[in-house]
Write a protein that binds this ligand. Structure first.
Ligand SMILES: Cc1cc2nc3c(=O)[nH]c(=O)nc-3n(C[C@H](O)[C@H](O)[C@H](O)COP(=O)(O)OP(=O)(O)OC[C@H]3O[C@@H](n4cnc5c(N)ncnc54)[C@H](O)[C@@H]3O)c2cc1C
Length: 423
């Protein structure tokens, strides 16, 4: 049988599941392309951002993943575009020909075109983003100790999270714990009462994907942690040191974490639809180019209720595996199988021993949900060493009420208005 080349673009959840399903299959050689040399476990990024975990603990080297997968090669590089007619993917000026292409380039932070968000907001999609947030939080605390200007101190110690979905809620909860257990002990010159954590959400409630009971529980817990909730409220502009809101109010803050939306990260040459995602046929291939499959966050396919499938890890894993299966079917001359989403439920951690989890009719809250959350995240994290390191960090934090990795990599220097002396 003639060997066909499958190029998989993106070593995220979708891409790796496609590679897993194609590895060792006769008649197929696979080239995995990614601009990073690691797979990133994004669901734990917020813990890197809030000093709970170290960056390498949630990343796994792609070449280690490919060991013993003899029909798979790795090409590190930034893909710049696709030429569907020629069946070529361009990677840093180099053509990479393919028989089948699986595109799983994921999504990126969406600023909705709001002034100042791209410049002054902090997205959370990569290890760099997470480290920037951690550096910003720790730098703000250090500078607050030095400044004699009360207004500047207030802005330095106000941490704003925009977007009340699972990521925003997890971040706000972790910041609340950081204030209660770490800032209170590490910074005798700061009072935890001075530290504000504000969570802004445009809807009248947090966590739209959860049931009203779970939402109310999460909301109550965050409030008990001292997180200020601004519901029915929207950011309209960010300037250095100030968040302007739709209601006319404003919040002085130098640290605004933007988790209010994402948009597809498509490549030139691929047609896009709503949310910069790429619409596919139910078999996950492009209607006009059946040799191109689009999977994960980038894929736009409507489910039975007419709503697109959620941009979450289980969708990506299931779509990656199905794209691989359909490629193997195509090689045998069989028609593609349509995507059917197996809903694994939703969970979000709120803080120490606190989470919410919903799996079909089963709704867990509190420490039971937190246990389930820990188990699921450890299970899906790639690499034995990573699992051990993450588990030991969690155990350390649990028993010592401490956050293990409060190391600043680069000190952030905050803009200083000429009229406000910093010390
Ligand atoms: C902070 C955060 C928390 C989350 N929490 C959860 C959660 O708790 N549960 C859950 O189910 N989901 C969660 N998600 C969503 C989940 O991580 C995504 O749905 C999932 O990662 C999508 O997988 P993917 O393979 O489509 O894309 P990704 O995992 O984003 O992978 C895309 C890959 O493509 C590569 N790439 C992109 N463009 C190029 C290019 N031009 N050239 C070369 N390589 C490229 C990237 O380097 C990356 O490796 C979270 C996401 C974030 C950001």
């Amino acid at each position: 049988m003639e060997t066909k080349r499958v190029v998989v673009l993106g070593a995220g959840f979708a891409g790796l599941h496609a590679v897993r399903a194609l590895s060792g299959k006769p008649g197929v050689e696979v080239v995995l392309v990614d601009r990073n040399n690691h797979h990133l476990f994004q669901p734990l990024l917020y813990q890197v951002a809030t000093a709970g975990l170290e960056a390498p603990q949630i990343a796994f080297p792609i070449r280690a993943f490919l060991r013993r997968r003899n029909n798979v090669r790795f090409l590190m590089g930034n893909a710049e575009g696709v030429e569907p007619r020629e069946r070529v993917l361009w990677v840093e000026g180099q053509p990479v020909p393919y028989d089948y292409l699986v595109v799983g380039t994921g999504s990126r932070t969406h600023d909705f075109g709001l002034p100042g968000v791209a410049e002054y907001g902090l997205g959370l999609k990569s290890l760099d983003d997470a480290m920037k947030i951690r550096d910003r939080i720790l730098s703000a605390c250090e500078e607050a100790v030095r400044t004699s200007d009360p207004e500047r101190r207030r802005a330095l110690l106000t941490f704003v999270v925009a977007g009340g979905g699972p990521t925003g809620v997890e971040l706000a909860g972790a910041l609340g714990e950081l204030r209660r257990h770490v800032i209170a002990r590490d910074y005798p010159d700061l009072s935890p009462k001075e530290v504000r954590i504000v969570l802004i959400e445009a809807a009248p409630h947090l966590l739209s994907a959860f049931s009203p009971g779970s939402r109310a529980y999460a909301q109550g817990f965050l409030q008990s942690l001292g997180v200020e909730l601004y519901l029915n409220e929207r950011v309209v502009e960010l300037t250095p040191g100030l968040v302007r809101l739709h209601s006319g109010r404003s919040i002085p803050s130098f640290t605004v974490i933007w988790s209010a939306g994402i948009t597809g990260q498509a490549l030139p040459g691929l047609p896009t639809t709503r949310g910069q995602r790429v619409a596919t046929a139910p078999g996950l291939h492009l209607p006009d180019h059946p040799s191109i499959y689009v999977v994960g966050d980038l894929n736009y396919l409507e489910g039975p209720g007419g709503r697109p499938y959620p941009q979450v890890a289980p969708t990506a894993m299931q779509q990656g595996a199905l794209a691989a299966k359909n490629i193997l079917r195509s090689l045998r001359g069989e028609p593609p199988v349509a995507f059917r989403y197996k809903d694994k439920g939703s969970m979000a951690t709120l803080g120490r021993s606190q989470a919410i989890a919903e799996m079909g009719p089963l709704k867990l809250r509190g420490s039971l949900a937190w246990g389930a959350w820990l188990a699921v995240h450890l299970y899906y994290l790639i690499g034995f060493r990573n699992r051990m390191m993450v588990l030991s960090n969690w155990a350390y934090s649990y028993f010592t009420y401490d956050f293990a990795v409060r190391i600043m990599h680069h000190r952030h220097v905050f803009p200083t208005p000429r009229e406000a002396p910093i010390c």
